[in-house]
Design a binder for this molecule. Sequence first.
Ligand code: TGC
Length: 389
Amino acid sequence: PAVDPVEAVFDLDALLEDDEREWRERAREFAATRIAPRIAADFEAARFRAELVPELGAAGLLGVQLAGYGGSGAGPVAYGLVCHELEYVDSGWRTFVSVQCSLAMHAILAHGSEAQRTEWLPRMAAGEAVGCFALTEPQGGSDPGAMTTTARRDGDEWVIDGAKRWIGLASVADVAVVWAKDEEGVVRGFLVPTTTPGFAATPIAGKFAMRASIQCDLALTGVRVPTDAVLPGASGLSGPFSCLNGARYGIVWGSMGAARACLDAAVGRARTREVFGAPIGARQLVQGSLADALVAYETGMLLALHLGRLKERGALTPAQISVGKLNNVRQALGIASAARAILAGDGITDEFPVMRHLANLEAVRTYEGTDEIHRLVLGRALTGIPAFA
Ligand code: TGC
C-alpha cells in the first residue's frame, strides 16, 4: 500500500510475536502477488479462482491454527493476521479461509472421529480438498434451531432431506458438513461427499457483493450416507455454534483489513488530489474524516488483538466475539464509506478497491450473525434475558 497507517502512525507490531509478524508477511505477500493483480477483474466477472486454493495450502495459509494433521498450529493471532491480509485485498478470499478453516475443518477437528480427521484434515490443510458448511436454510439464517432439514436412519445409512442457502464454496467443495435434525429433533452434523447422489449445489447469481467468491443454494434430496458419516462429537446447536465462533473471530480481524485498504486509498488520494489550488488533504474537513477513520481502525485492531490473546488462553467467550464482530464490521463500513466520499466520483470505480470493499462489507455485516443478532447476544449477556423471539 502507498501508506500503511499501522506502521506509520501506531506501532501494533510492538505487540506481536516474531512468528506472528512472519505469518502476516507471508499472507500479505500471497495476497499482493497472487490475488490482488486480478481481483478487480474477478469481481467484475464474478469469478472464483479455485486454482489458487492449492497455492494457499502450499503457503501454509490453510493450516495456521491446526495443530497436527498437516497444520502448523501457529495460534489465533497469526490466523487473525492472515484473515486481515487476505481481506485487505478482498473479503471473498477471507471468506474462503473462514469457510474452509474455521467452519469445515474446525467442525471435523472438534467434533469428528479420528478416522474423519485423518481422512479430511491433511488434504484440506494442503488445499487439495475443499469443505463447505451447510447450516443456513432458505427461510432465514438467524435461527438455526428452526431448521427443517432432516436425517433419518434407514438400516446402516442416514438419509438426509432438505434445503440450504448461502452456502459458501458448495459448488466447488469436495465435502459438505451438513447440519440436520435427527428423528428425535437433535441437530447433528454429517460429512457428505459432494458427489453423493441427491446433493445439488447451485451458485447464487445476481450478487452485488462477494462476487469473487461463491455462495450456493443446496438441494438435499434423499442423500444417503453411511452411519459413520455423522460427526460423533456434535449433538445439539452448540456443535455448529462452536464453529461460528471461530469464523466470527476471523471476521473481527478481516473486516479491519478491508478498512485498512480503504483508509490507504483515501490517504493516498488526499495527498495528491488538488481542488481549489491545494491537495484535499490540506483541508481540515478531510483531515478530520481521515483522523476519525484512523481512530476507528486502530481501536478495531486493538480489540482484535485483545480477543486473540484471550483466545490463546482459551478464555474467549461468545459475547466477547459478538462485541468484536459487531464493532469491527460496523466501523469498517464507516471507514469505507468515508473513504468513498474522499475519493469522490472515482470512489465508485474499480480504479480503487473502496466500492468493492463497501459492497462486500454489507454482506459481512449480515453473515455469521447479523448486527441485530450480536446486539441481542450482548443484550442477553447484560440483562440475563433472551430477547430473540
Ligand atoms: P441458545 O439456546 O442460546 O443455545 C443453544 C445451544 O447452543 C449453545 N450456544 C453456543 N455454543 C457455542 N458457541 C456459541 N456462540 C453459542 N451460542 C449458543 C448454548 O449453550 C446451547 O447449548 P446447550 O448444550 O445448552 O443446548 O440458542 P438460541 O437458538 O436461543 O441462540 C440464539 C442465537 C440468536 C444467539 C443463535 O441462534 C445465533 O447465534 N444465531 C445466528 C446464527 C448465525 O450466525 N447464522 C449465520 C451462519 S453463517 C452461515 O451459515 C454461512 S457460513 C459462511 C459461508 O458458507 O459462506
